[in-house]
Design a binder for this molecule. Structure first.
Ligand code: OAD
Length: 246
């Protein structure tokens, strides 16, 4: 971000009343930690079919394929560490009282970086759910076949507690309330193609938040007021500096 962009952003921030700062993060914030995104040229959806690994019917048809897909992603996350962007958000949370994280990510890098007030609207790779009784248990290990639900005893019904396409995201009421009340809504590392998550951007804008995007390949979402065309770490370093000053 050059000096002229910084000057413009500083003026925009000065006009914002104090109030909640809400982040909406996507796969791009974990890219610098070595975690693959979905829709970039080397993304996960270039090599896997969504209908086979991220839909309820795919789990029904070939549960082992789905379990292995998420076991591989869990392994990648366990081998990764948070990057500067995750830590900058945690630092902002340490210095400002109302900072919230709505994340589409199922990794735990926000948590490892000391993040708080985190809303995983697409679920959590480190929780397992029984497809039969919906009981959820924490689990850092692979989900193998055969398996048995410790609650209802159903066999081979354990799956990662992640939201598949056609399923209802988690915590959307809370996320919508945060978007409505946000004074600054910061969108980092998401292509903004998946709803209802992406609808939070419009909701925040319609409720008079200043909407800022940090993305090296901006989404083009028309509800975004200011774009920082940088990777998450570099863009957030400049933004957090201005936020703490203003
Ligand atoms: P995508 O893969 O759709 O988009 C990733 C975004 O991150 C793109 O806009 C990239 O330009 C950007 N990006 C890449 N590297 C970056 C970096 N270093 N810093 C900042 N941004 C960077 O991932 P999401 O938008 O998160 O849902 O995808 C949303 C949902 O679609 C996911 O939660 C998942 C997926 O299918 C489900 O599985 C239900």
């Amino acid at each position: 971000m050059n000096w002229w962009q910084k000057y413009k952003l500083r003026k925009l921030l000065k006009r914002v009343d104090s109030g909640p700062i809400v982040f909406l993060t996507g796969a791009g914030i974990s890219a610098e930690s070595g975690i693959k995104t979905f829709r970039d040229s080397d993304g996960l959806w270039q090599n896997e079919k969504i209908e086979e690994v991220c839909r309820p019917e795919g789990f029904k048809k070939d549960p082992l394929k789905v379990l292995n897909f998420y076991n591989d992603r869990r392994k990648d996350v366990l081998e990764a560490i948070p990057n500067l962007a995750h830590y900058l958000i945690s630092e902002l949370q340490a210095q400002e009282k109302e900072v919230y994280i709505i994340t589409q990510n199922i990794d735990n890098l926000h948590e490892i970086a000391g993040g708080k007030n985190i809303f995983h609207i697409h679920g959590d790779l480190f929780k397992d759910k029984c497809n039969n009784c919906k009981k959820v248990v924490y689990n850092e290990n692979n989900i193998e076949l055969p398996n048995k639900c410790s609650d209802c005893g159903a066999e081979n019904q354990m799956r990662p507690d992640v939201v598949f396409f056609k399923e209802t995201p988690y915590l959307m009421q809370e996320a919508e309330a945060l978007a409505r009340n946000a004074k600054i809504f910061i969108v980092i590392g998401t292509s903004g193609q998946v709803y209802p998550a992406a609808g939070l951007i419009k909701l925040a804008a319609r409720c008079d938040a200043l909407v800022i995007e940090i993305n090296p390949n901006p989404s083009g979402n028309k509800y975004i007021d200011f774009v920082i065309k940088e990777k998450a770490s570099k863009g957030l370093l400049a933004l957090v500096e201005l936020l703490l000053k203003s």
